[in-house]
Structure formats: C-alpha cells, structure tokens
Design a protein around this ligand. Sequence first.
Ligand code: NAP
Length: 293
Amino acid sequence: MAIRVAFLGLGVMGYPMAGHLLSAGYEVTVYNRTTAKAQAWVEQYGGTYRETPAEAAKGADFVMSCVGNDDDLHQVCLGDNGAFSGMAEGAVFVDHTTVSAEVTRELHAVAAEKGIGFLDAPVSGGQAGAENGVLTVMVGGDQPAYDRAEPVMNVYARQIKLLGGSGSGQLTKMVNQICIAGLVQGLSEGIHFAKHAGLNVEDVIGVISKGAAQSWQMENRYKTMVAGEYDHGFAVDWMRKDLGICLDEARKNGASLPVTAAVDQFYGEVQKAGGRRWDTSSLLARLELSEKD
Ligand code: NAP
C-alpha cells in the first residue's frame, strides 16, 4: 500500500514541496486555508484535498506543514479541527515552518502524549530550492521519527541532518538567519561604497567574488541589487519574523547579537519605506533612500 502523506500549507514553499511528494509516488492529501489554492494544486498534480487539517491528516503516515509563524503552526496543529486531532498513534508530524524553538518543544511534548512523532524541520534554499527539490533541511527531534521521515523529506531536499533533540532544527535555522543578516548588510555597504567611489560595480564584483569576500548573496544577488530589483525571493516581512525569533532566543541563552539587532532595525526601516514584500537584499535600497532624505 502506498505511503500516505498530508501536506498543510500550500504557499510559495509548500505548493512545490507537496508536488514533489506526489511525483515521487506518495499518496498525497493537501490542506490550505484558502481552499482555491488546494483546488488549483489538485488540478495541477492530482491527489486530493480536504477542508481542514484534521481531515487531511486522518489516516496519514506523515503530516508535513509549511505555514507562517508560531500562531499559525499552533492553530494548524491544535486549533479547531487541528491536525493532531486527526492523526493516528505512530504517525509522524514534520514541520517545515520557521518558528521559535519554544513552540516546537511545546508541540513535540503534546504530540508525544498522543503517541505522535514531531520533528522541527525548517528549510533553507528559498522558492527556487523548493521548486527544484534541492532544499537544506535542519531537523530536531527523536531519532526513530527522523529515520522514518528522512526518505520522505529527501524528495525535495539536497541536504538533511538531525541536529539534536526537539528545537535543534529551529535553533540551527536561527544560526543560518544570523549569518545571512550581517552578510547582506555588508554586501549592500560594499556596493553602495563602490558606486560612490566611481568604480564599475560589475568589474569590482567580478574580481572580489573570486577572493575572500565571495558569498552566495554576492554571486546571486549583486546584479539585481545594482538594478534596484528587489523581488527575487525571501520577503523582508518574513526576515523580520525570523530575526525577532533569533533575538528572543538570544535574550534567553545570553548570546550577544549586536549586528543582527541593528540589521533587524534596518529591515524595520525598509518596511516603513514600503518594502514589506521586497526581498532581503533591499538593505541597499535603505542606504540609497537615506541619501534622498
Ligand atoms: P506563504 O507563501 O505566505 O505561505 C504561507 C502558507 O501558510 C499559506 O498556504 C497560508 O494559507 C498558510 N497559513 C498561514 N497562516 C495560516 C493559518 N493560521 N492557518 C492555516 N494556514 C495558514 O509563505 P512561504 O514563503 O511559503 O513560507 C512559509 C514558511 O517557510 C514561513 O515560516 C517562512 O519563514 C519559511 N521559509 C520561507 C522561505 C521562502 O523563501 N519563501 C524560505 C525558507 C523558509 P493561505 O494560502 O490561506 O494564506
């Protein structure tokens, strides 16, 4: 009998991830809060959709989710008609949303009481990574649940690793976002400076991207940044959510994150300038806008 997988949340990330599962031969049932998107998904890929998380999760061996924030995940798991009420003992819930370690540990504990496995499994790689099935998945939870779920996640991942107990996946994602925040600000300042210095930015990046300043952001974003195009991926609103999670966690564990805190404020200014849905490389726009004031 085919392995049954439910997927909750067909957004930018979830829609193609669920598609990969169906293409790989799993029996897939989807749920999306806005039903029209679930209907569109079924028309495109096949499979079935249900009107509530509980109905979608009923009889599933694995339930995957990719929704918005802590409250959204809580609602999808434990709210009215939440997935946990539909899941059978022995099933595994895999959450791909970026949320706090706190809500993850709470849901892991509730799931354990019901005999359900719960893995926090946030992803990195963006929309392109989801569409091409090459995401990086950072997992926290129990080894037996991980061993069962790993082949399922593998359908849309290039790299998967269990990093420790419940919450470890989310903590690793926080490290990822902390590393990106300062790096994007540095790249923005470099491009901004190069323009002021009267240099040819194309030539400058061509040279320095072969040296120690090289980064994924530099290789993949500098052209669109110079062109003032900020619609190439992860939105500023989502980044602020993520940096807020990092800063909250740092207050608890005592880590010092001065650059992350400053960049969080900078993104706040981008939001105020109308850039809530711009991508995260729009820190350059903030520097340029401040010159016009
Ligand atoms: P998105 O396009 O905005 O999609 C969010 C999905 O969650 C939608 O299907 C939405 O349903 C659903 N949802 C939100 N709140 C809900 C609720 N209370 N109950 C039920 N469903 C709810 O977001 P995304 O870009 O796919 O991102 C999803 C998660 O992945 C976020 O945590 C984000 O930080 C993380 N992430 C995103 C990227 C990226 O590049 N986009 C990369 C890595 C990680 P509706 O259709 O009804 O609105």
